[in-house]
Design a protein around this ligand. Structure first.
Ligand code: DON
Length: 312
């Protein structure tokens, strides 16, 4: 049934030691000023197992900007509240363009391809804003994330949110286009203010791996959103969690996962593991370069790819 805890820990230690030296680390996101200055030398990986153990190597206690990984949590809340009504406004297909593409949204006549491209996440945030103020919405989101990871020390970095609000012209373009198609209920600046704050949540690898347990099916306290929604989110993470790089990610890693431009990836192996990895340098799709490589190696070592047949 795959390697035991001790051999996974030894594998993570070796991985971390070799990645410390890596010279090809990708490019740190520069379009959000506050992220441009993050040291690309960081690397951390944490793995939560169903027995409650947490295996970690590297910089796993340092909080980083979770960015698009937050879309998983807002989607969980939106599905819990709206159920299938959400799909009238957002699709469930992989995208063929960059995560912030304007042209794709126009081709789809204002119904974003999926909830993980920026346009889809903006609609999801609009959905969770319904009947609430931005402050209440963000408080609910933080409550959810803190309950998921079992740790109250999770905060929003205001400077990151404000920097993105100043420079996020593409997201403003997407929001206004959505509005013109009647697919946004609240005013654009209200939705985006909430969305930028949601993206600016900071978590460490240890917190993020713990938070992913509700998607892996072994959260200790409660069934946070219900099994059918968990299945939907995991399927979307598999097909769209890495945007137009999702096919390549499924091929090389084979695990449902969601990336963020802060360099984090949350990966969920149903009933087996919840994994968080962080390395700030990105590949051409805007996904962590070393993070992806780390998950590929871990998936090979453990046999955790959902498409694995050798060890089942
Ligand atoms: O809206 C944005 O562009 C960022 N706040 C989030 C994008 C992101 O994380 C894409 N992921 N790899």
């Amino acid at each position: 049934m795959g390697p035991d805890r001790l051999s996974i820990q030894a594998f993570l230690d070796d991985l971390e030691a070799s990645f410390r030296q890596a010279s090809q680390r990708g490019e740190v996101a520069s379009y959000i000023p506050e992220l441009a200055t993050v040291d690309p030398g960081y690397f951390g990986i944490s793995v939560c197992l169903p027995d409650g153990s947490v295996l970690s190597a590297g910089d796993t206690q340092k909080p980083f900007s979770i960015q698009s990984i937050s879309k998983v949590f807002s989607l969980a809340i939106a599905l819990g509240r709206e159920g299938d009504r959400l799909w009238k406004r957002v699709g469930r297909e992989p995208s063929n363009f960059a995560f912030n593409s304007v042209v794709e949204l126009e081709m789809e006549q204002g119904r974003p391809r999926n909830p993980f491209v920026n346009a889809g996440a903006i609609v999801t945030t609009d959905a969770i804003l319904s009947g609430r103020t931005p402050k209440e919405t963000l408080a609910e989101l933080l409550l959810f994330v803190r309950a998921a990871c079992g740790d109250d020390e999770v905060y929003i970095n205001q400077r990151v949110a404000e920097a993105e609000n100043r420079t996020g012209h593409r997201n403003y373009a997407l929001a206004h286009f959505l509005k013109s198609c009647s697919n946004l209920n609240s005013p654009c600046d209200r939705v985006l203010g909430t969305y930028f704050h949601q993206c600016a949540i900071e978590m460490s690898c240890q917190q993020l791996a713990a938070a992913g347990r509700f998607l892996a099916g072994f959260h200790p306290d409660f069934d946070m959103i219900g099994e059918p929604h968990v299945r939907s989110i995991n399927a979307l993470m598999m097909t769209a969690g890495h945007y137009d790089g999702s096919g390549e990610f499924a091929y090389s890693v084979g695990i449902p996962a969601k990336s963020g431009v802060g360099g984090g990836i949350l990966a969920v192996v149903p009933r087996r593991a919840s994994i968080a990895v962080w390395s700030p340098g990105l590949n051409r799709y805007g996904n962590s370069h070393l993070g992806t490589l780390a998950l590929e190696k871990l998936s090979r070592f453990t046999g955790w790819s959902l498409f694995e047949v050798a060890r089942v």
